[in-house]
Design a protein around this ligand. Structure first.
Ligand code: GLY
Length: 319
């Protein structure tokens, strides 16, 4: 390894689908930016995973909307997209926002899709038969008169869409974790620290809902001076509490990464929230220390370093 730093990569639950491929890049001396993008692309393309990329669970109308972001620790440059339809790899579009639109940080909806089209990204159907089946199963459990969706035969209008989505969001709120958002944070041999997040968001969310994953400081933050942090779970809490940035601020104040995560979660947990569901976070510092926290016992995060032969699973501190 030619560089001064020992490469290391960590990720949230189910990031193990992409972490080995990302680690290959770091081992070959590649950049943390390439590693994070590659790792998350593998996760986005994993059809077994219904919380990210292709086969992600749809919004209340049965349409998959994806959010993703990537942040570079040395410059705090940030690229993100949100509520993107029909493009299977939002993390790559987010990276292009960072690299090719430095005057902006976040593109949403049609604008993000127009940018992806302009750059030649391939479109795809994101709702797989299996994820559609899961959505329809959920719809059957709410009163028939409030069901509507572009993928159903129902014909009434926007008011019914709105009612159906609100009903679903309300009912899905106490969703038991772990949530499907995926975080990957990598430190490369040059000491660059990059944090990426990708998600299909809150299952059966209100159309247009954007969570923490696309917002710097909420679900994703990287500052080379102190550390990087990312969140999974109830994004509205992370948005309100600025959780990823809080973790980094806690590290700046001298806390180890695990304690920094636990204290940030406690702060978010203190907020009033009728739709409470679990929030988790994890963190990696520029000197390779790492940690995570969650609301549930038995939660883990994934790690690989230059000595790993396979992803290792580390416990998160349970609050
Ligand atoms: N943390 C992902 C979301 O709330 O969308």
């Amino acid at each position: 390894m030619a560089g001064k730093f020992s490469p290391i990569i960590i990720g949230s639950e189910r990031s193990e689908a992409g972490i080995p491929a990302a680690m290959e890049i770091l081992r070959a001396g590649g950049s943390a930016l390439d590693a994070v993008e590659r790792g998350l692309r593998y996760c986005e393309d994993n059809l077994q995973d219904h919380y990210i990329g292709t086969s992600g669970l749809p919004n209340a109308r049965g349409i998959v909307e994806l959010d993703a972001s990537i942040m570079i620790g040395s410059s705090r440059a940030f690229g993100a997209v949100a509520a993107v339809k029909n493009y299977p790899n939002p993390i790559s579009i987010a990276r292009k926002v960072l690299e090719e639109l430095p005057q902006h940080s976040l593109l949403v909806g049609e604008g993000a899709e127009a940018f992806a089209e302009f750059l030649g990204f391939e479109k795809a159907e994101l709702l797989t038969p299996e994820s559609r089946e899961l959505w329809l199963k959920q719809l059957k459990t709410i009163p028939q008169e409030s069901i509507e969706g572009e993928n159903t035969k129902a014909t009434s209008g926007d008011e019914r869409y709105r009612l159906a989505s609100l009903e679903l969001v309300k009912r899905m709120a106490p969703h038991e974790g772990p949530w499907g958002t995926i975080n990957i944070i990598a430190l490369d041999q040059h000491g660059e620290l990059v944090c990426g997040v990708s998600t299909s968001g809150y299952p059966y969310k209100h159309p247009g809902r954007v969570g923490d994953s696309a917002v710097a400081g909420a679900g994703n933050y990287s500052d080379i001076r102190y550390g990087a942090a990312a969140c999974t779970g109830r994004g509205e809490l992370a948005l309100r509490a600025g959780t990823a940035r809080t973790v980094v601020e806690n590290i700046r104040a001298g806390q180890d990464p695990e304690t920094a995560c636990a204290n940030a979660l406690l702060e978010a947990r203190a907020l009033p929230d009728d739709f409470r569901a679990e929030l988790r976070c994890l963190s990696l510092t520029p000197d390779g220390r790492h940690g995570g926290a969650a609301g549930m016992e038995g939660s883990t995060y994934t790690l690989m370093n230059e000595h790993s032969t396979a992803p290792e699973f580390h416990p998160r501190r349970a609050l």
